[in-house]
Write a protein that binds this ligand. Sequence first.
Ligand code: MF3
Ligand code: CO
Length: 278
Amino acid sequence: MVYIKSNRELEIMRQSGRLVAKVLMNLTKMAVPGTKLIDLDLAAEELTLSFGAKPSFKGYIGYRHSLCASVNEQVVHGIPSDRVLKDGDIIGLDFGLSYQGFHGDSAVTVAVGNISDEAKKLILVTKQSLYAGIDAARAGNTLKDVAFAIESVIKPHGFGIVKEFVGHGIGQKLHEDPQVPNYASGASNLKLKPGMTIAIEPMVNRGTHKVRVLADRWTAVTEDGQLSAHYEHSIAITDGEPEILTAWENILDDSESQVLINQLNERGKYGQRGTNPA
Ligand code: MF3
Ligand code: CO
């Protein structure tokens, strides 16, 4: 059942979305050579709690962390470990929190230091496909229109579109109806209505679309070991333009959170820090 959010509920979702964006933007700055994945997770959790919010993923069907951190050939659901980021890596940062009972969920893929032109192109195309999907998420259009828009951006490049994982409705639960696939043949003709809130999240592979899950039972990797990228926004369908609830694009200088991160840093809690503009 697809819930239609009231204006009051949408107002809360704007707030939770904004907090998600703040966390993600701070994590992108930390994603430099030398940073440990587990420190990204700790920072995500501390920031979230400092906002009076709760990490959505922690405890979700047994997941033990606040963040999914997927490096290189890892597609999604990478588990933050002691792994250290190195120059040339790409990392998908996928994060959700709930605030006043409503979830926000978003992901970005960022470059660690200098990356190959191939990797840059994959990241750019994935981001463009997300924006194309968002642009199609209008009242009267269907989920198939959204999926078709996403697919149309990716296909000309010959990249693989992941099918095993899909976007989803979002609200009082992290995952609500409907499922939001990133390929038209998998998407339904459900008509979008104002007040629906969905997370759109294309996962794009350089090579084959096929993925497998590692023995840790979470980490999804590309079957051929080539790179993968992931972007996600939680959005609201409106009478007019789609509204991005998790708009990290608008957060250029989050000095408030930066103060907290610096304090944690001074306490020697994390490894080295740097800048990695979104
Ligand atoms: N953003 C992902 C999703 O929408 C992350 C879920 S991971 C989990 O499905 F740990 F929460 F399961
Ligand atoms: Co999601």
